[in-house]
Design a protein around this ligand. Sequence first.
Ligand SMILES: Cc1cc2nc3c(=O)[nH]c(=O)nc-3n(C[C@H](O)[C@H](O)[C@H](O)COP(=O)(O)O)c2cc1C
Length: 188
Amino acid sequence: MHKLKVITSTNREGSKGILVADWISERARSVSKFDVELLDLARIDLPFMTEPNHPRLQQYQYEHTRRWSTTINEADAFIIVLGEYNFGFPAPIKNALDYLFHEWRHKPVGIVSYGGVSAGLRATQMLKQVLTTLSMMPLAEQVNIPFFTKYINEEGLFVPDEMLTKSADTMLAELHRWTETLKPMRAV
Ligand SMILES: Cc1cc2nc3c(=O)[nH]c(=O)nc-3n(C[C@H](O)[C@H](O)[C@H](O)COP(=O)(O)O)c2cc1C
């Protein structure tokens, strides 16, 4: 079974991104053919990029980088659960991407963005430029959640409406197609 890693983008105390990430991970487990793992950057707690060498060389000096490399290397596909800070992407996701190079290459990525009126779209557009530089394939099919706190109930659970569920399922189906397509490409 293809491995899908769902990655959060924020790590501040009380980050809400994890609630959105829990929802999309659960949805992926129930409707898709992926083996799903949730990677919460708040738990993984990578320091700001410490490696002395360019990641392309894979001469990692730190145990935290070696662990992150193994985790990302085994993935076949990703979903990034993307917040928006000051009209841009939050620093923790950029840092997590910058640590590695080959491990991301030729892998598809779906984006689930959340925010206020803009639904994290500005952050999404900025992040795509970084993703394509790493030779990742960001999907056109994405889930963009405006005023996302209105979907969080009193128990602190993210409860989607029908439109969000439909766009999640469309993205997951497309992500699976790209995963099947890109896997052989990585083998050559
Ligand atoms: C530093 C900071 C900057 C923010 N800038 C934006 C923004 O540009 N656009 C937006 O829609 N929401 C913005 N927000 C509100 C966030 O969408 C909201 O706080 C969300 O919960 C942040 O994600 P997180 O809880 O996973 O950290 C900002 C929040 C913070 C803390």
